[in-house]
Design a protein around this ligand. Sequence first.
Ligand code: UN1
Length: 520
Amino acid sequence: MSELSANSPAYAMTFGKKDYEFLKEIGVGPTNSGCYVNGVWQGNGSIVSSVNPADNQPIAEVVEASIQDYEEGIQACAQATKIWMQIPAPKRGEIVRQIGDALRSKLHQLGRLVSLEMGKILPEGIGEVQEIIDMCDFSVGLSRQLNGSIIPSERPNHMMLETWNPLGIVGVITAFNFPCAVLGWNACIALVCGNSVVWKGAPTTPLITIAMTKIIAGVLEKNNLPGAIFTSFCGGADIGQAIAKDTRIPLVSFTGSTKAGLTVQQTVNQRFGKCLLEMSGNNAIIVMDDADIELAVRSVLFAAVGTAGQRCTTCRRLLLHESIYQKVLERLLEVYKQVKVGNPLEKGTLLGPLHTRTSRDNFIHGIQKIKSQGGKIITGGNIIDSLGNYVQPTIVEISANADVVKEELFAPVLYVMKFLSLKEAIEMNNSVPQGLSSSIFTRKPEIIFKWIGPMGSDCGIVNVNIPTNGAEIGGAFGGEKATGGGREAGSDSWKQYMRRSTCTINYGSELPLAQGINFG
Ligand code: UN1
């Protein structure tokens, strides 16, 4: 065992804690129906166990959706959509405001469940629920600002305007790593825009899907609205495929791997549906020679080790100017040694387990591949012997050209590389297939503006002096290239959840044609 041993006092863990009492307060029991269909809880598919990543013990059982459950749910949802889209947008905003309040009252219980079931540390679990509350607040304001525009017409007595109408049903497929925040980004906006939502949560986080749905269902019920406005399914790839194929769903928002997302995109495109894709990232932090080193080191720690490296915004590549290379690396090694690995629910833990046994196996295979491609492990590189899926936070020195550097390994593994000039650093940043997030550490305005300009980072998120992860909801979130091109959450992302109607109105009695055409 290396210095990061499970037996070391720094890694004291409390496994097997069975304190699940709080789950009752958010509507989760030992056995649960996993589909909310037409306002009723049901489930006729497989029975699955939700497993605690900290000890691989089952937490509770869930009955997933069958294809029949899905069909029933979509039919009811299509009916409910007709009611929902006719409710004025600010009134829809009021419903989303109530959802935000309901989430506020259960913030700690829901955050605890995220931590328990996904494995991220409690402050991050609570932060994730806070992210949906923020999205509710944002969307309430937005519900009074779904503004169209008036465009000058070239024809006399004509008026041209753009109005925004709901799409209908929005399908939302989310991943295990943000099992509820990503639902929030999509659902809050989709709902105020007048769409119903069909949600399939990640197969390994069904309890969060159920608890979140119960909160939303409670608000719909209290307001005498059809439950089918929010239809939700626990289930696997068959339900995901059904959503992708379904012509009743004009927009499918997918979060997950590039591989799975490509299949979804191709299926949705086949039927001329729209896709909003938020897929793999391979995010770099660049540290220039003038950077505030302490700020950079703290940022790298959060970006590379936070959420056990399982964010799509996790920093996977650290590009260091050669003149500060050694200094930064030494400081990083110092802070990595202080990282407390342990039960994510326990105070002080910084690194929880990976989400599943498979994630841990992927880490093992990833490390083998790294070594076979010339990677030098500077720290970490091993799993930690325990009942859970714990691995060591890992730093690797490797060539930027190694194939493995182009891939997303969903674990706390950081590749460190050297550069000589800004130009070289930007080229390295842009040299991977993915294009989600990026950050540079510098104090020089000329570097900052080059970095955010046309010859700078090619990512959707282009930060300065902050980590690659932890984006606020106010900005549009998403990335380019193999990340999929989608933009979710803030800014004008809402436009993707609506259809634009360009209306030209003739209020005169003549028929002048555009481009001056005289047609008889
Ligand atoms: C994700 O990993 O899928 O910027 C989303 C962040 C979070 C969202 C991450 N707000 O890190």
